[in-house]
Design a protein around this ligand. Structure first.
Ligand code: SF4
Length: 466
């Protein structure tokens, strides 16, 4: 469990591609806030500039002005503790001469350690601890002279989730794993093409959405235009949390606007978990739409009871426990004049470790709320994610350790209701079999035998040492 990032790519002669990438990364800031980087190519040479922090603090007029060319890729990175260092900022450049590539990756490669050993044994050297460098070296290790063949070879060797943008000095490629775990879309720009994790990035730079990059597909863009190389995809496994939480509400994935999906999740929650209350509020910002949906479904008026400091960042994607704990207190300020004496329905997107929710309930009760009824858009998360979402180990997942009444008492709420898997799928309004629901059901779309063995050992040791 390493990263859940935002990627962007553009091929556009006549455009300031570095600046376009900068604005697109702004739109994708919610997908990763630890580091940011842009690489550009002008047909002969690849340049890169990357650093720790958010987009606005990494880049300046000066750094952007040195990123010349007509091709660019960009990356916003989120990482867990231990790998949060400048050397892991992306895009990374690997290779030499005409065999040089820059790569940016969203996802997690399950067999990266095995591939790393294999490549290191062949003499490949590594400068970071990212899966992305393993992918890049694997591409370079293929002896074919065609880039598409090198990438296809690499896709056959990789197990896991990956939405990639990569470029040579002359061309841009977009690659999505056969399960399509992470989103990736294609857009048209006057005189060029763009690739982005989410459609909101296309909107912000004035690009037209064309279609999603299909699971298993390679898209190649160069001076000859765009060419698609479809791949085989036996089972789709789109991360359901893109719909619940990760992606921005103004993005569209699989034809479904996330704002509408979240409204419907709230309405389904109201149907499944009715309660007598005075006010409904969504925990801002990710559950705001679901709060409105609950209000519409229940007839209980919606209000704002917590104001979010938008500059603190998302606690769930901060790298360690200490920062996460601090983050909750810094993040929300209650409105006592709105909350005093009221019975609240509070809609939130998910409960993962259970570290944030008790603080939210406490803040609301201290501000005068008479009752707090928590309603959660995600069903209980009982299994870890192996596909790039840093949730927790199984032992840290509160729903794998406690029953729902125990969680309710732990978080200090008056009642607690989780949306059912059926209710969630109904709200998203797409076929169930296109989704990865592994952290909810334990049914992983990608073989994770090694990790499951580790999990079994972990469960065993947690039973022995409670
Ligand atoms: S396990 Fe959960 S978080 Fe991970 S990809 Fe699947 S649905 Fe998403």
């Amino acid at each position: 469990m390493r990263e859940s990032c935002g990627v962007f790519g553009v091929y556009a002669p006549n455009e300031d591609v570095a600046r376009l990438t900068f604005f697109a990364l702004f739109a994708l800031q919610h997908r990763g806030q630890e580091s940011s980087g842009i690489a550009t190519a002008d047909g002969r040479r690849i340049r890169v500039y990357a650093g720790m922090g958010r987009v606005s603090s990494v880049f300046s007029e000066d750094s952007l002005s040195h990123l010349a060319g007509h091709i660019a890729i960009g990356h916003n990175r989120y990482s867990t503790a231990g790998s949060s260092r400048a050397g892991n900022a992306q895009p990374i450049i690997v290779g030499e001469g005409v065999n040089t590539i820059a790569i940016a990756h969203n996802g997690n490669i399950i067999n990266a350690e095995y591939l790393y050993e294999e490549l290191a044994g062949q003499g490949y050297t590594f400068h970071s601890s990212t899966d992305s460098e393993v992918i890049a070296n694997l591409i370079l290790s293929c002896t074919s002279t065609r880039w598409v063949d090198k990438i296809r070879y690499t896709m056959r060797r990789l197990q896991g989730a990956y939405s990639l943008v990569l470029m040579t000095a002359r061309g841009l490629f977009a690659v999505r794993d056969p399960f399509g775990v992470r989103p990736l879309c294609l857009g048209r720009l006057d005189g060029g093409w763009v690739i982005a994790s989410e459609t909101c990035a296309l909107d912000h730079i004035g690009a037209e959405f064309i279609r999603e990059v299909e699971p298993g597909e390679i898209v190649s863009i160069n001076e000859n235009g765009l060419e698609s190389f479809p791949g085989e995809s036996s089972r789709k496994g789109i991360c359901i949390f893109e719909y619940i939480y990760f992606a921005r509400p103004d993005s569209v994935i699989n034809g479904r606007l996330l704002y509408l999906a979240r409204l419907a999740m709230g309405a389904e929650l109201a149907r499944e978990h009715e309660v007598d209350a005075d006010i409904v509020m969504g925990v801002p910002d990710s559950a705001t739409a679901a709060g409105i949906g609950y209000s519409r479904g229940s007839g209980i008026p919606v209000a704002e009871g917590l104001i979010k400091n938008r500059y603190v960042g998302r606690t769930f994607i901060e790298p360690d426990q200490r920062i996460r704990d601090l983050g909750v207190k810094l993040k929300f300020n209650p409105l006592p004049q709105v909350l005093d004496g009221e019975r609240l329905v509070v809609v939130d997107d998910s409960i993962v470790r259970g570290t944030t929710t008790p603080s939210v309930v406490k803040i609301l009760k201290r501000a005068g709320a008479k009752e707090v009824h928590m309603r959660i858009c995600a069903p209980p998360i009982r299994y870890p994610c192996f596909f790039g979402v840093d949730m927790a180990t199984r032992r840290e997942l509160i729903a794998s350790q406690k029953s729902i009444p125990e969680i309710c008492s732990f978080i200090g709420a008056d009642s607690l209701g989780f949306l059912s898997i059926e209710g969630l799928i109904k709200a998203v309004d797409l076929p169930r079999d296109i989704f990865c629901l592994a952290c909810l059901t334990g049914d992983y779309p990608i073989p994770v035998q090694l990790e499951m063995d580790k999990l079994a050992l972990e469960t065993l040791s947690s039973n022995q040492h409670p």
